[in-house]
Design a protein around this ligand. Structure first.
Ligand code: FAD
Length: 437
């Protein structure tokens, strides 16, 4: 197939998820003159903060530059894990053992909280708790997995076990990996429908959500904030910054702490039932131990493959990225060689310098930022924790509330010259690991 051949005639440069729920055309609710709490950003973090505040009887106004959900929250792969935040750091030092244990505990609580929220708010969003298979990119990675499984089970009840290469086909219709690790406490959902459910829960509880009201400036008199937007101004006692990979010049102190990075995904056409089933016989979600990770899963109806990664470290369009993702997909699933692509899309994730998310307060502003590519459960959880902290009802300090949010003197939030350098380094290390295997 030539490059052009694998685009379906109905190909769209849009998230596949938007076929079910497209975050456009929100009602333009007028901005109130004042509110106890103003939340900037209507993604999972902002909405989860608002929802929990409303449960604690604190009124919040969520202010969104675009339409609610326009950011990463309706664009993700929808993979959910209770151990997501303890992946190995690539560049920065690993957290110490005590902190790692607390982080694992919070990650597990995040998954439990997500499940409880979906149940309580009756959110139907294709949640399949069908486990994750993490493919070993090299034999060495596989050799390390027994230790990982033991640690995950001991510290966060992850229900993990190792699968040798000779039994890999029971998990994935591919011989590409050197075996892998199954984590039972994981699953996948439809990210846009989950977002829609969260949004509806907020609306039911009276949260005011103001779309297309980009915040343009924040000033404080010490007692409160004046929040200026393109659709009017609001005074608030507290302000929450939940802008993640879309953090801009309004909050320069956070812009220099989160590095936006595009992630890309393609979706295949609807596949014949047998073929679709053979790709993921247990409906697992998939990731691998590569430094430049790939992540994939079946769609909620189990008929399409949703396949994502980051192959280029400079920003290109999803349509330009699609052939590169397609190649990675065919490496893993040669049986998809005649399959067409119907959708390709991108969205911003937010990297932090210690590769961990953060909540806290800086310069008088509350923040929940830095998903590092894993935020469906985590940003929901952190938003909720932040709300409890604002309300003074938190009964324990969250592991991601460290009181510090690292910055680097050479990064002011402008040019990301170092990304291709880091990307090439990571790719080289991946290549080396594979050839040594
Ligand atoms: C392609 C892709 C794949 C991913 N896959 C997964 C996955 O499989 N599993 C997983 O757990 N996570 C995944 N993630 C990460 C996950 O989607 C994010 O962690 C999560 O959605 C972040 O939610 P958030 O609310 O913090 O930010 P967002 O949803 O990005 O929301 C931030 C919002 O802030 C708004 N904003 C910015 N500036 C202003 C301003 N001045 N005024 C008003 N509003 C403003 C933006 O418009 C945006 O809507 C993926 C992300 C991407 C992009």
């Amino acid at each position: 197939m030539t490059q052009a051949d694998f685009f379906d005639s109905d190909y769209r440069e849009l998230p596949y998820w938007w076929e079910a729920y497209e975050p456009i055309g929100a009602e333009l609710t007028e901005l109130p003159a004042e509110a106890p709490v103003a939340i900037i950003g209507a993604g999972y973090a902002g909405l989860a903060t608002a929802l929990e505040l409303s449960r604690l009887n604190i009124k919040a106004v969520v202010i969104e530059a675009q339409d609610p959900g326009y950011g990463a929250s309706t664009r993700s792969g929808g993979l959910v894990g209770g151990t997501a935040s303890i992946k190995k750091n690539l560049i920065s030092p690993q957290p110490g053992p005590d902190r790692a244990v607390r982080m694992m505990s919070d990650a597990r609580d995040g998954l439990a909280m997500l499940e409880q929220l979906m149940e309580e708010e009756q959110i139907t969003c294709g949640w399949h708790k069908s486990g994750r298979f993490t493919g070993a990119w090299s034999r060495r990675d596989y050799d390390r997995m027994s230790g990982d499984a033991e640690q995950l089970n001991r510290l966060c009840g992850a229900n993990a076990h190792v699968v040798p290469r000779c039994r890999q086909r029971e998990e994935i219709g591919s011989d590409f990996y050197h075996g892998g690790l199954v984590t039972g406490e994981a699953g996948h959902l439809h990210p846009a429908l989950y977002f829609k459910g969260l949004l509806e829960a907020c609306i039911r509880r009276g949260v005011t959500i103001c779309a297309r009201a980009a915040v343009t400036s924040l000033t404080t008199n010490g007692a409160g904030w004046l929040v200026k937007t393109v659709r009017g101004n609001l005074r608030a006692r507290d302000v929450v910054v939940a802008t993640n990979g879309y953090t801009g010049d309004v909050t320069p102190q956070f812009k220099r702490r989160v590095v936006p990075l595009r992630a890309y995904i393609i979706a295949t056409q609807t596949l014949p039932e047998d073929l679709a089933h053979s790709l993921s016989p247990k409906n697992r979600s998939f990731a691998d131990t590569k430094r430049v990770v790939t992540f994939f899963r079946m769609s909620s109806d189990k008929r399409r493959l949703i396949f994502g990664s980051r192959v280029k470290w400079r920003d290109i369009t999803p349509t330009q990225m699609a052939p590169l993702l397609y190649r990675l997909m065919i490496e893993r699933y040669p049986q998809l060689a005649d399959t067409k692509i119907t959708h390709a899309w991108t969205g911003n994730v937010a990297l932090t310098l210690d590769e961990q998310p953060h909540i806290g307060k800086q310069d008088g502003l509350h923040y929940a930022l830095g998903c590092n590519g894993s935020g469906v459960a985590m940003m929901t959880y952190l938003g909720t924790q932040l709300a409890r902290k604002i309300a003074g009802s938190a009964n324990y300090a969250c592991a991601f509330d460290t009181g510090s949010f690292p910055a680097h003197p050479l990064y002011r939030g402008r040019t990301r010259w170092f990304l291709p350098v880091i990307g090439n380094y990571l790719r080289f290390r991946d290549w080396l690991d594979r050839v040594r295997a």
